[in-house]
Design a protein around this ligand. Structure first.
Ligand SMILES: Nc1ncnc2c1ncn2[C@@H]1O[C@H](COP(=O)(O)OP(=O)(O)OP(=O)(O)O)[C@@H](O)[C@H]1O
Ligand SMILES: [Mg+2]
Length: 390
């Protein structure tokens, strides 16, 4: 095997030669896209969704497809959503040219889109009729006759924010239905990939909107294969000219247990900062301990804000589980949530527990074996214990 050198990147999605592995996933995703499927990638935080999406864009560009990457984390409003779409579609030539048969409203909008370099397109969403017309015109304007790949990142996050705004439920439903209608244009050659860190499925189900995404093919992303995990660690060492033998690499990966690229990258960055010569097991233990007490993993705590009224029970559960390597049974977790509560709330709390556990599983915090839940990642567990319990 040729040893690749990979640069240590922690935070933003990795691109180009810093993207490592995911061979199988890329193969499957490419095959699905080629055969006309649109995909839903809803996977835990920091798994590498955006990186994979960007890599797929590189693949498709190389095949001559038009590609668009829209990150909805940049906006919180419907107007912002539409302007992002308009701008990115304009930049990547997804809009049609004006033709004679085109609807008057669509023509007028296209006229404004063509002048987008001057500033954002003013959109009139003031009445339901105007809004309907606008979305209809935009739909009419999209080219469907060329191979096109559109990635919409952080869809769930955006819809969650939108839901909390005035008339949120209707806005969310409108957008999901509109996106669905775009995928249903006969003979379309446009394929979509939607990414979200929180379960979009739970979200749509709770709003009775499951049908609006049921044409999407589920796409899963999890930890790296053992070979890829080793390859990533080796490549990073190579990039820094560091000496870390096979045994130490295996020791480090076993210590992480859940080998998502992000955890490998942050552990590596500590090893590099402390490096004085061939990496030893003690060096790995030290780096691991440092990670537990630093801020790299804060995002796992911060993102719990998205759980809203379920944030508190989620934290109680995580606190309880962080003290127990082997995990806890569901009854025990229910007991934790019931502490100090009136026994008459037991039914309600039981339901809440089910919801919270499902979300924590979906988001990669927890693992379930029968009725026992435990932290999926020892690193996250030790971090959590040190930060919130000890
Ligand atoms: N294929 C990869 N090769 C190397 N490093 C990777 C890869 N995928 C992810 N990473 C590492 O994980 C980090 C997070 O990746 P990325 O932003 O793609 O994840 P994400 O799932 O989109 O995260 P979020 O849930 O925060 O949006 C990167 O900064 C990088 O350190
Ligand atoms: Mg991302």
């Amino acid at each position: 095997m040729i040893l690749m050198s990979i640069e240590n990147r922690i935070g933003p999605p990795v691109e180009g030669k810093d993207f490592y592995g995911r061979k199988k996933e890329l193969e499957i995703a490419n095959r699905l896209l080629d055969s006309g499927h649109s995909l839903l990638l809803s996977a835990p935080r920091r798994i590498g969704k955006s990186s994979l999406a960007k890599r797929l864009i590189e693949d498709k560009k190389a095949q001559g497809w038009k590609c668009v990457y829209i990150d909805l984390e940049q906006t919180t409003t419907e107007d912002g959503f539409l302007n992002l779409i308009i701008e990115h579609f304009e930049r990547n030539h997804i809009w049609r040219q004006i033709t004679d048969g085109m609807l008057q409203g669509a023509k007028a909008i296209l006229d404004r889109i063509n002048k987008i370099s001057i500033g954002p397109v003013g959109l009139d969403l003031s009445s339901p009729e105007k809004k309907e017309d606008l979305y209809k015109s935009l739909k009419e304007l999209i080219r469907h006759d060329e191979e096109t790949f559109i990635v919409v990142d952080e869809l769930t996050l955006f819809l969650g924010v939108l839901l909390r705004s005035d008339g949120g439920e209707e806005k969310v439903s409108f957008i999901l239905n509109w996106l669905r209608s775009l995928r249903q244009v006969a003979g379309t050659r446009v394929r979509w990939l939607f990414c979200g860190s929180v379960g979009l499925k739970n979200f749509t189900a709770s709003l009775n909107l499951s049908y609006a995404i049921n044409d999407l093919t589920d796409f899963r992303l999890d930890e790296l294969t053992p070979e890829e995990a080793r390859g990533l660690m080796k490549g990073l060492c190579q990039g820094e000219g560091m000496d870390m033998d096979e045994e130490s690499i295996i020791y480090a990966l076993e210590k992480l247990h859940w080998n998502i690229p992000y955890f490998i990258q942050i552990l590596f960055s500590k090893l590099r900062d402390n490096y004085t010569g061939a990496v030893s097991k003690e060096d790995i233990d030290t780096a691991y301990r440092q990670l537990c007490s630093e801020s790299y993993l804060n995002t796992w705590s911060e993102r719990l804000v998205e759980y809203r009224e379920m944030e508190r029970p989620a934290r109680l559960i995580l606190n309880g589980l962080s003290a127990r390597k082997s995990g806890l049974r569901r009854e025990t977790l229910l007991g934790i949530l019931m502490t100090g509560q009136d026994p008459s709330h037991a039914g309600e709390t039981d339901l809440l527990l089910s919801k919270v556990l499902e979300m924590l599983e979906n988001d990669g915090y927890l693992l379930r074996k029968g009725s026992v839940r435990s932290f999926r990642s020892p690193l996250l567990r030790d971090y959590w214990y040190g930060k919130f319990v000890q």
